[in-house]
Design a protein around this ligand. Structure first.
Ligand code: NAP
Length: 498
């Protein structure tokens, strides 16, 4: 574990201009891991200058060559997978198997986007005048600003930086303040892979100072943000005043629906994994379980019994199921919601902060029963190991409950009835829909994002990621040697020159 995390600006690892630092903590043991540069607007300006200076060279590097560097970075991430996964468990608490998955997502993205170096597909279409050619191509935009949360400290930066880089942009990246080491180590991998200085810069420090400076800097053309809806929407408004394109990936309030005819063992295992994996700190975590009335009593009993067996602890221990929450304030926030829930619904298990060997920001796995769809615990994102059970009579009612929140990220239906499955695919109004699988576990080759308060209509991952980081350029080549007026000379062409 490096003792001090510095900023990478123009290919040099440097301290914050102010010389200030902040501490990073292991949320399972509360031990101080090290310090990171506490940067501000001046550091952001220096990073943007470096990214601007590197832009022309990178933009004009043939995309297949850019792709080769991404492939090298992918191979280095493979070599460093275990090291980075252990660092992740220590810096933000997720259990080691999930931390490996987080790094794997970045490896997958590196190879996927490396391949885009030989695609970045545009298109041609017929044109209406003779001796004329038309095509649409993707163009880079310049310097892009990336702001990410701590819950996927390698995967989410990869979802943003890799499409941005392959498209020929240069990057200023602010990692979350709970995970600055992972942000810096991720970028170091690209430096080691041969990315030219200034193409990928990283600056750590508080969101209010560093994030804001990125959002307001006139030379940053695109902002890609993942985090809370509150901060996302406020920066969206500020960025709009500067005419910037913004991609937002925000909160979730995801549900699993289990019908009477479902494979109940599968649904049970999936609900436990989706609700309590990553200690419920995934944007796609299941926080509502909508049970059809016929199976509800037995299902609830089995669920609570299994939930009580989940082992809390330091995620470096391979036998641990549920790690700590990321911080003391995060735990206070979860407990505040649980107290609200105790007044609204029936607590079936959990409900208290916990510690392991007297340390750590742990929270008991918590399940509420007799939850009504409009209750606060059924509507607001809690971002912890808290699951609310709601009962329903029909699929239509379940779908309506699912759709009736301020968020629209992921939803899931368990049924053995193919007609019900297709009805749900049609009517569940979330950006991601699963059939017979919980709400977590997206793959990088498909669009990722949500409707309503989960975002602003943009998507990450897959081909759609390129839309955030490119502008379309329409190109017309007229090789007729004379003035041809589109929409006006068409009849003359048909009559005389066709
Ligand atoms: P957050 O508090 O909104 O922070 C996200 C990022 O924004 C951090 O880097 C933060 O910096 C920065 N930031 C804070 N204030 C800012 C400001 N005024 N201007 C610009 N940037 C600012 O979210 P979080 O607690 O890290 O992450 C949890 C949230 O992310 C949850 O709501 C979760 O659902 C959401 N999430 C969504 C997705 C998705 O794809 N839909 C994926 C994962 C997580 P600091 O760290 O320095 O505060």
């Amino acid at each position: 574990m490096p003792a001090t995390v510095k900023n990478l600006i123009g290919g040099e690892w440097v301290e914050a201009r102010s010389g200030e630092v902040f501490e990073t903590l292991n949320p399972a043991t509360e031990e101080v891991l090290g310090t990171a540069a506490k940067s501000g607007a001046e550091d952001v300006s220096a990073a943007v200058e470096a990214a601007k200076a590197a832009y022309q060279g990178w933009r004009l590097t043939p995309a297949p060559r850019r792709g080769e560097i991404l492939f090298r970075a992918g191979r280095l991430l493979m070599e460093r997978k275990e090291e980075l996964a252990r660092l992740m468990t220590q810096e933000m608490g997720k259990v080691i198997a999930e931390a490996r998955g987080d790094v794997q997502e970045a490896i997958d993205m590196a190879f996927y986007m490396g391949g885009e170096g030989r695609r970045l597909l545009g298109y041609t279409a017929p044109v209406e005048l003779p001796n004329k050619f038309g095509m649409a191509i993707r163009d880079s935009v310049g310097v892009v600003g990336l702001i990410t949360p701590w819950n996927f400290p390698i995967a989410i930066p990869s979802w943003k930086s890799l499409p941005a880089l392959i498209a020929g942009n240069t990057v200023v990246f602010k990692a979350a303040s709970y995970t600055p080491t992972l942000g810096a180590e991720f970028v170091r991998t690209f430096q080691d892979a041969g990315l030219p200085p200034g193409v990928f810069n990283v600056v750590s420090g508080p969101g209010g100072a560093v994030g804001n400076a990125i959002v307001e800097h006139p030379d940053v053309k695109v902002i890609s943000f993942t985090g809370s809806t509150e901060i996302g929407y406020s920066l969206y408004a500020r960025a709009a005043q500067h005419g910037k394109k913004v991609s937002l990936e925000l909160g979730g309030k995801n549900a699993i629906i289990v019908m009477d005819d479902a494979n109940l063992d599968l649904a049970l295992n999936s609900a436990l994994w989706s609700a309590f994996g990553t200690t419920g700190q995934r944007c796609t975590a299941t926080s509502r379980l909508i049970l059809q009335k016929g199976i509800a009593p037995d299902f609830k009993e089995a669920l609570v019994e299994r939930a009580k067996q989940l082992k809390l602890g330091d995620g470096l221990d391979e036998s641990v199921d549920v790690g700590p929450l990321v911080s003391a304030p995060a735990r206070e926030n979860v407990h505040r919601y649980v107290e609200i829930g105790k007044g609204e619904a029936r607590l079936m298990c959990g409900g208290q902060p916990a510690s392991v060997d007297g340390k750590g920001y742990f929270y008991e796995v918590t399940i509420f029963d007799r939850v009504e769809p409009g209750m606060r615990i059924a509507q607001e994102e809690i971002f912890g190991p808290v699951l609310s059970i709601i009962e329903c009579s029909t699929l239509e009612e379940a779908i309506q409950i699912n759709n009736n929140t301020a968020y629209g990220l992921s939803s899931s239906l368990f049924t053995e009835n193919v007609n019900a499955a297709f009805q749900a695919i049609r009517d569940l109004s979330t950006g991601i829909v699963y059939i017979n699988h919980g709400t977590i576990g997206a793959e990088i080759q498909f669009p990722f994002g949500g409707t309503r308060g989960t975002g602003n209509g943009m998507r990450e991952a897959g081909q759609t990621a390129l839309d955030t980081f490119t502008e379309w350029k329409a190109v017309y080549v007229d090789y007729s040697g004379r003035l041809q007026r589109a929409q006006i000379d068409t009849e003359a062409v048909l009559g005389k020159d066709a």
